[in-house]
Design a protein around this ligand. Structure first.
Ligand SMILES: *Cc1c(COP(=O)(O)O)cnc(C)c1O
Length: 372
């Protein structure tokens, strides 16, 4: 049997090939490569998806974070509370802003930052909470919103795993000052290169972010008059065109992934493993299907023997990364985060999995018991 991969980019992109090639051909003929007509449409479609007033397309997820922190006025001497259970870009962006990342421990079942731990870390220097909806499962937004309001600090949602995820029916990226999304090809909504997007309901903020992303110019003003020291980070038309074609397919893909994940969960429950957890009041985009288990090595070998890829995303929590040693954290500082990332194991989850592949994975899960 051919190995079932964790994710299959070709199956994701092939159905859209003709449409995308047609759009790219028009862009080529018009020589309109940089941000333009397609970008305007993409931003409108993405803000509709997130139910926010504004969206701003940028070069990458990392850039969406850097521009957001800059436009939020976060600078040297400030503190930003964040999670050790994420991809390195979340924290790197805080450091590039000049601020200090302050980690707070996570929930053992979701790997998401804990509201009580956030509250414990707030000081007079705290300017923002930069949270991550890990694997697409939304954080506890009601509690986090209350904390942010009480302490007058910003919420910034790194939603790079969570395009289209809902918390109590409301899309992520719409809860705070800004939502930041990576549109890297493998993310729940992916471009065909590098791209990212920022969402917001705050006009002053998004205007400032747009200016920072475009050399500090102001729209409707002279393009050679620069009002702030900016960057060159706007999304281009080629990536915008891809995303315009992909956004309409997202909702259905999420529904399909949730239904497959529920089948895996049922199979795991029969062998007394909890499967993947998400709260009842959420509908996660499920960037990956990931369980918590002490038997990572054993399980990975079992799946591999049955031609199923299984792997761990982000095995090292950020406070233990060599790049962040200068922050002075050590092993044991965030026990939940350390445990969560040492026990995270993912198996294939994508909407194009065939029924027989899903059945094979379910059966392979049920065989785990006999092995133990
Ligand atoms: C992928 C990712 C990023 C970075 O996005 P890029 O588009 O690769 O720059 C940031 N945060 C999280 C949580 C991510 O998974």
């Amino acid at each position: 049997m051919k190995k079932i991969p964790l994710f299959n980019l070709a199956l994701e992109n092939n159905p859209l090939k003709i449409k995308i090639m047609k759009s790219w051909s028009e862009i080529y003929d018009n020589n309109s490569f940089t941000s333009g007509k397609e970008t305007i449409k993409f931003e409108k479609d993405f803000s509709n998806l997130c139910n926010t007033r504004y969206a701003l397309g940028v070069h990458s997820g990392t850039d969406s974070l850097i521009i957001t922190l800059k436009a939020a006025g976060i600078k040297s001497g400030d503190e930003v509370i964040t999670t050790p259970c994420t991809f390195t870009a979340t924290t790197d962006a805080i450091i590039h802003s000049g601020a200090k990342p302050i980690f707070a421990d996570v929930d053992q079942k979701t790997g998401n930052i804990l509201p009580d731990e956030i509250e414990n870390k707030i000081t007079s220097k705290t300017k923002a909470i930069l949270l991550v909806h890990l694997y697409g499962v939304p954080c506890e937004m009601d509690k986090i919103k209350k904390i942010a309001k009480n302490h007058k600090i910003f919420i910034i949602e790194d939603s790079s795993h969570a395009h289209g995820s809902l918390y109590k029916g409301k899309p992520v990226g719409s809860f705070g000052l800004a939502g930041c999304f990576s549109l890297y090809p493998s993310k729940p909504l992916g471009s065909m290169g590098n791209a990212g997007v920022i969402t917001s309901n705050n006009k002053a903020f998004i205007d400032k972010a747009r200016s920072y992303a475009n050399h500090g110019i102001l729209i409707h003003k002279n393009k050679y008059e620069h009002f702030r020291v900016g960057f060159n980070k706007l999304i281009d038309n080629l990536q915008s065109a891809v995303l315009i074609h992909k956004i309409p397919t997202l909702k259905q893909k999420i529904v399909k992934k949730i239904s497959i994940a529920k089948k895996y969960n049922e199979a795991f429950s029969k062998i007394d493993e909890p499967g993947m957890y998400w709260p009842n009041n959420t509908e996660p985009s499920l960037y990956v299907y990931s369980i918590q288990t002490k038997k990572i090595k054993e399980y990975r070998e079992h799946f591999s023997k049955h031609s199923i890829e299984a792997n761990s995303y982000y095995p090292i929590p950020l406070h233990l990364q060599p790049s962040l040693k200068f922050l002075g954290y050590k092993k044991g500082d965030f026990p939940n985060a350390e445990k969560f990332f040492s026990q995270t194991l993912s198996i294939p989850l994508f909407p194009q999995l065939t029924e027989s592949e899903v059945n094979h994975i379910v059966k392979t899960i049920s065989l785990l018991k006999k092995n133990n």
